[in-house]
Design a protein around this ligand. Structure first.
Ligand code: LCS
Length: 395
């Protein structure tokens, strides 16, 4: 198959796949093995010396995991990819590879709670400083750059307030300043947003979410240039060891085949739910990049394709008390963190996903106490809306 000329839907199914010659397995097998057998001592030594290709030990590489990596590299239009045991494994690996004591990071201020905790906790303890700035203001990002800045970090749309970062301008700033740019693409997936196409250097994912798509695994992916991915594998994955197991890699390969179909439905459902919320009197504000009222609606139209994602956040007129009532009264919508599963999930960022931040940090990050986050699932949209409506009407 000529993958260069295929459409995204075709590549989601075929890219990176291998058919076993003997016994002719159509679907990639799960190589559920810790280690690989050498024919003799010379072969073992050659493989360790990198003089002969071949597998050694699953922490250093595994054929099932490799299929996943090749598929993800293809879908993100990257040269290569490396899989991790979680999204945080991928994000911390990118930082560990690019940063040393004395370096500085400029990060947008609204990011996933554990990424924030990593930057303000362990990274600062290791002598790496971080400045948080408004990701919707490129000039603020530029002004925060210092001679020792070694990473520009962003997430778009931001978890959980759905602020959108201009990928092209961010990439250009990184190029001009000679600083690598990293984007967390978890909220969109490559079906809707491909940051490398805008010039971003490295993309990280919590593959736990849309990439897996079924809420049954924890995984991470990092994509970028062949050289960078090789360095991350050699310097971080090998010695820090947040590897993905072959079974979870296989589930991800399986999930990715339906990524375009699932994302199309997530996008359609989320648009309908966002419009319903916008028009409900109990709702004060809806944050969804597909609504013309979103401050970065035009930018989202420019840098996304096929829709605006499945994530919505919103504030109720009755504030946090009304929010508690809503979360405790919905029925079809499941009260749980995580996102990107088949089911609609609802949660309260300030007390759940972003509880790593104190009140001042939440305020500074633009996360209000009454903000509610919804991951719109694949159920029929009328059923999702009817569940939300009966709870909202009762407020
Ligand atoms: N990046 C983003 C944008 C995330 O939302 C998450 C997890 C991660 C990275 C970390 O990925 P993990 O290690 O969990 O695979 N976000 C979660 C959330 O919003 N609810 O529960 C987890």
């Amino acid at each position: 198959m000529n993958e260069e000329k295929s459409h995204f839907e075709t590549r989601a199914i075929h890219a990176g796949e291998m058919h076993m010659a003997d016994p002719g397995s159509h679907v990639v097998p799960i190589y559920q093995t810790s280690t690989f057998v050498f024919e003799n001592t010379e072969q073992g030594a050659r493989r360790f010396a990198g003089e002969e290709p071949g597998y050694i030990y699953t922490r250093l590489g595994n054929p099932t995991v490799r299929v996943l990596e090749q598929k993800m590299a293809d879908l993100e239009n990257a040269e290569d990819a490396v899989a991790f045991g979680s999204g945080m494994g991928a994000i911390s690996a990118a930082f560990l590879q690019l940063l040393s004591a004395g370096d500085h990071v400029v990060s947008i201020k609204t990011i996933y709670g554990c990424t924030y905790a990593l930057l303000t906790g362990m990274m600062r303890r290791m002598g790496i400083d971080v400045t948080f700035v408004d990701g919707t203001d490129i000039e603020a990002i530029r002004s925060a750059i210092r001679p020792e800045t070694k990473v520009l970090y962003g997430e778009t749309p931001a978890n959980p307030n759905m602020a959108v970062l201009d990928l092209e301008a961010f990439a250009q700033l990184g190029r001009e300043s000679g600083i690598p740019t990293i984007i967390d693409n978890t909220f969109m997936s490559p079906a809707t947003q491909r940051p490398l196409d805008w010039g971003i250097d490295v993309v990280v994912h919590s593959a736990t979410k849309y990439l897996g798509g079924h809420g049954d695994l924890i995984a991470g992916i990092l994509v970028g240039s062949s050289d960078f991915v090789a360095e991350v594998k050699e310097d971080v994955l090998k010695d820090v060891g947040a590897v993905l197991g072959p079974f979870d890699a296989w589930l991800l390969i399986r999930g990715l085949k339906t990524l375009p179909l699932r994302i199309a439905r997530h996008n359609e459902n989320a648009m309908a739910v966002a419009e319903f919320l916008r028009d409900h009197p109990a709702v004060a504000e809806v944050h969804y990049p597909g609504l013309p009222s979103h401050p970065q609606y035009r930018l989202s139209q420019k840098q996304n394709h096929g829709g605006f994602g499945g994530m919505i956040s919103f504030e109720l007129s009755g504030g946090i008390e009304a929010g508690r009532k809503l979360l405790d009264s919905v029925d079809l919508c499941t009260l749980a963190v995580s996102l990107g599963a088949c089911d609609t999930l609802i949660q309260h960022p300030a007390s759940m996903t972003h509880s790593t931040m104190d009140e001042d940090q939440l305020r500074a990050s633009g996360i209000g106490p009454g903000l509610i986050r919804l991951s719109v699932g694949l159920e029929h949209r009328d059923d999702i809306i009817s569940d939300l409506k009966s709870s909202l009407d009762a407020l």
